[in-house]
Design a binder for this molecule. Structure first.
Ligand code: ZN
Ligand code: ZN
Length: 622
C-alpha cells in the first residue's frame, strides 16, 4: 500500500499529468485509503494546494465525494492559502452544506490575501484578477454575519486582519472593539492597521500593552513611525527591538534605512550595512535599493553608486534612487548618463524618475537636455507629466535666466498651472531680480488661494513687509479656515552616531546653554565680516518658516552651533533640514564656512548644499 495516508501531498507534485492523477485516485479508492471522511478531506486538500491542474481535479471530484463539511473546508483552506484565493469564493458559494465557523474563517482569510495583493499593487482591485478586493472583503464579512458566525473568535480576528490589509482603519477598529480577548495575531493586525493609517500613537498604546510581540508587530510599529516622518522614534524603537531579541529581517531594516535617510543619520545607516554583512544576510533588490537611497540622501553619493554597481538585480526603484541621488547632489551630467543607462537596460522610468532627471538637468544648467527629457515623457514612455514636472521645467528655464521661455512654457501648459509652477517662477524672478514678473507670479499665487503652507506663509510675510496687517490676519484666517497646517521646521545633526534634532527657537537641548553662547559668538564674528540678518528681502524670498523675530533661531542655526561645539575641528558638519533653507540661513552658513573654516553639508527638502570657504555648491540658486 502507498505510504501516503497522512500526507498524499508528498507524492502529488510529481504527478503532473491528469492521467497519473486519475490512476492514483483509483488506487486510493480501491485500497480503501479514502474510506474515512478525514482521509478524503486530506486528499482533497493536498490536491487543491499542489497545482492548478490538481485543483481543478479536486473541484471535479468533490461533488461526487461523501458530502462532509470537513472535505469542503479543507478545500477552502487550501484555496485561501494558494496563489488564487478568489477561487475560495466560488467554492464557498457552491457549498452543499451550511458553512461552519471554519468555512467562514477560511473565506475571510481568502479575502485578506486578496486585499494584501491589492495593497502590494497599490490598486483597490486585486492584480490580474480584476476583482475588487474591498467588495469581496465586505461580502465575506456579510456571509459571516448572515451565517451567525461573526462572533466566533477566529472569524473576528480574521475580520480585523482583513480590514487592516485593506487599509480600512475605521472598519478594523469597529471589528476590534467587538472582541472580548483578542489574540496576538489580532492585536498585531490592529497595530499594523493603526500604524499604516497614520495613527501611530494609538498603535503604540496597543503595542505597549501587548504581553508578547513578534517581529510583525515590531515591524508594523517602526514602519508606522517612518511613514509619518517620526524617524527618531523609529530608530529608538529599533534599539528596543534589538534589545528584546526579536527577529530582525529585511522589512525591519528597510524601515530603519528609510529613517536614517530622513534624518541624514549616516553613521546609523553604515551600522545597518555592517549588521547585514556580519550576519551574511542576502541583500535583496529592496534592501539594496534602501541602501542606495540612504547613502545618497546622507550625501555619501560615491558609496551609494558603489552599492548600486554591485547589485546583481535592480528594478525601477533602484535606478530611480540612484538617478535621484546624483541629481540631489548636483551631479547633472552623471545623472543624465545614468538615466540613459537605465533605458538601455530596458527599465521603464516612472514619474519619480523624471522628477529626478529634470532636477538634475536644472541644477547642471542642461536646458535642452531637460526639455528633450520632458518631451519624451508622454510620447516615448507613456508617463503623463505631473504638476511637479511642470514646476521642474519652470525651474530649469528660470535657473538658466530664460524667464521668457519659462512664461511661454506656463502659458502653453495643457493644465491649469498650480502653485508649484508659480512658486518656481517667483523664485526665478527673485534670483534674476525681475520685480515685474515676481509680482505677476505672486498675484497668481494669491488667486489660487492654495492650501500649500509655504505659499501662505510667504503671502503672510509679504503682507507683513508692506505693513498690511489686515492682509496678514486675512491670510492667517484663511489658513485656519482651510485647516492649513504648517509643517514645523527641524534640523538634525548626527554626532557620534546619535541624532540630535533641533526645532525653530527650541531650547530643550541638554547643552542649550553652550549652544546659546556659541550662537552669540557666531553672530559676533560674522558681524565683523559685515553680516546683517536678512529680514528685509521678503518679497522675493520664498519662505517656508515664519520669521516672527526668531530669525536667528531657525533650526539649522541651532544645529550648526551645536556642530561647531560637538565636532572636532576639521570634521565636516552635516545637517539635514526638512524644509527648504531660507535665504538668510543660506547666507549665514556660507559665511560661517569661511569665518570658522569649516566644510558644511546641508540637505534641505530638495537638494544638498556644500558650503566651503564662503561659497555654496548651489551657486545661490535653490
Ligand atoms: Zn532660515
Ligand atoms: Zn546652497
Amino acid at each position: 500500500m502507498l505510504p501516503l495516508l497522512r500526507d498524499p501531498a508528498t507524492l502529488l507534485p510529481s504527478l503532473a499529468a491528469a492521467s497519473q492523477l486519475r490512476a492514483l485516485h483509483a488506487h486510493l479508492l480501491v485500497s480503501g485509503c479514502l474510506a474515512s471522511p478525514s482521509h478524503h478531506a486530506a486528499f482533497l486538500a493536498s490536491l487543491a494546494s499542489s497545482s492548478p491542474t490538481h485543483l481543478s481535479y479536486a473541484r471535479l471530484i468533490l461533488p461526487k465525494c461523501p458530502a462532509t463539511l470537513l472535505a469542503h473546508n479543507a478545500l477552502l483552506r487550501s484555496l485561501a492559502r494558494g496563489p488564487r484565493p478568489h477561487l475560495a469564493f466560488s467554492a464557498f458559494r457552491d457549498l452543499p452544506l451550511p458553512p461552519d465557523h471554519y468555512s467562514l474563517t477560511f473565506l475571510v482569510r481568502a479575502a485578506t490575501a486578496l486585499a494584501t495583493a491589492a495593497a502590494a499593487a497599490a490598486r483597490p482591485v486585486s492584480p490580474e484578477l480584476g476583482l475588487d478586493a474591498r467588495l469581496l472583503a465586505v461580502s465575506a464579512h456579510g456571509a459571516a454575519v448572515g451565517q451567525g458566525h461573526a462572533v466566533d473568535p477566529h472569524v473576528q480576528s480574521g475580520v480585523v486582519s482583513m480590514y487592516a490589509a485593506l487599509g480600512d482603519v475605521t472598519a478594523a477598529r469597529a471589528a476590534f472593539a467587538e472582541i472580548a480577548s483578542p489574540d496576538v495575531v489580532c492585536v498585531t493586525a490592529m497595530v499594523g492597521a493603526l500604524a499604516a493609517g497614520g495613527d501611530v500613537d494609538a498603535a503604540r498604546d496597543l503595542f505597549d500593552g501587548m504581553p508578547r510581540r513578534d517581529h510583525v508587530a515590531w515591524n508594523a510599529m517602526i514602519a508606522g513611525y517612518v511613514h509619518v516622518g517620526r524617524s527618531r522614534e523609529a530608530l529608538r524603537l529599533f534599539d528596543e527591538m534589538l534589545k528584546a531579541g526579536a527577529a530582525v529581517g529585511e522589512a525591519t531594516l528597510v524601515s530603519v534605512l528609510t529613517a536614517c535617510a530622513q534624518m541624514g543619520a549616516l553613521e546609523r545607516g553604515k551600522w545597518v550595512h555592517w549588521y547585514v554583512r556580519s550576519r551574511g544576510m542576502r541583500v535583496s533588490v529592496t534592501l539594496g535599493t534602501a541602501f542606495v537611497d540612504m547613502y545618497s540622501k546622507c550625501g555619501a553619493v560615491a558609496t551609494a553608486m558603489e552599492v548600486f554597481e554591485n547589485m546583481s538585480e535592480r528594478n525601477v526603484y533602484t535606478w530611480t534612487s540612484a538617478v535621484s541621488g546624483l541629481a540631489m547632489n548636483g551631479m547633472g551630467m552623471e545623472c543624465l548618463e545614468l538615466f540613459k543607462r537605465m533605458q538601455s537596460a530596458g527599465i521603464q522610468p516612472n514619474g519619480v524618475t523624471f522628477v529626478a532627471v529634470l532636477r538634475g538637468c536644472s541644477m547642471a544648467g542642461l536646458v535642452e537636455e531637460g526639455r528633450a527629457c520632458f518631451d519624451s515623457m508622454k510620447c516615448k514612455h507613456g508617463v503623463d507629466p505631473w504638476f511637479e514636472h511642470y514646476g521642474c521645467m519652470v525651474d530649469l528655464y528660470g535657473r538658466a535666466g530664460r524667464l521668457d521661455d519659462a512664461v511661454n512654457f506656463i502659458n502653453a501648459m495643457p493644465v491649469q498651472p498650480h502653485e508649484g509652477v508659480w512658486g518656481a517662477l517667483l523664485n526665478a524672478s527673485r534670483i534674476h531680480n525681475n520685480i515685474e514678473l515676481g509680482k505677476y507670479a505672486m498675484d497668481k499665487l494669491v488667486a489660487i488661494e492654495s492650501k500649500n503652507d509655504a505659499a501662505h506663509v510667504l503671502l503672510s510675510n509679504i503682507y507683513a513687509e508692506s505693513q498690511d496687517w489686515k492682509g496678514v490676519s486675512r491670510t492667517r484666517g484663511v489658513m485656519k479656515a482651510k485647516g492649513v497646517k504648517k509643517v514645523p521646521g527641524w534640523s538634525a545633526i548626527e554626532v557620534d552616531g546619535k541624532v540630535h534634532e533641533f526645532f525653530v527657537g527650541g531650547k530643550s537641548h541638554p547643552r542649550y546653554k553652550e549652544i546659546e553662547m556659541m550662537l552669540a559668538e557666531m553672530i559676533r564674528r560674522l558681524r565683523l565680516h559685515g553680516y546683517a540678518a536678512n529680514t528685509k528681502e521678503v518679497l522675493f524670498d520664498i519662505e517656508e518658516e515664519e520669521k516672527e523675530g526668531a530669525i536667528s533661531l531657525h533650526s539649522e542655526k541651532l544645529a550648526l552651533a551645536f556642530g561647531l561645539i560637538a565636532l572636532p575641528e576639521g570634521v565636516e558638519i552635516r545637517i539635514v533640514k526638512n524644509l527648504r533653507v531660507c535665504k538668510d540661513c543660506h547666507d549665514y552658513t556660507k559665511l560661517i564656512s569661511k569665518v570658522f573654516n569649516r566644510e558644511i553639508v546641508m540637505r534641505d527638502r530638495n537638494r544638498f548644499h556644500h558650503f566651503k570657504n564662503g561659497a555654496c555648491s548651489c551657486k545661490d540658486y535653490w
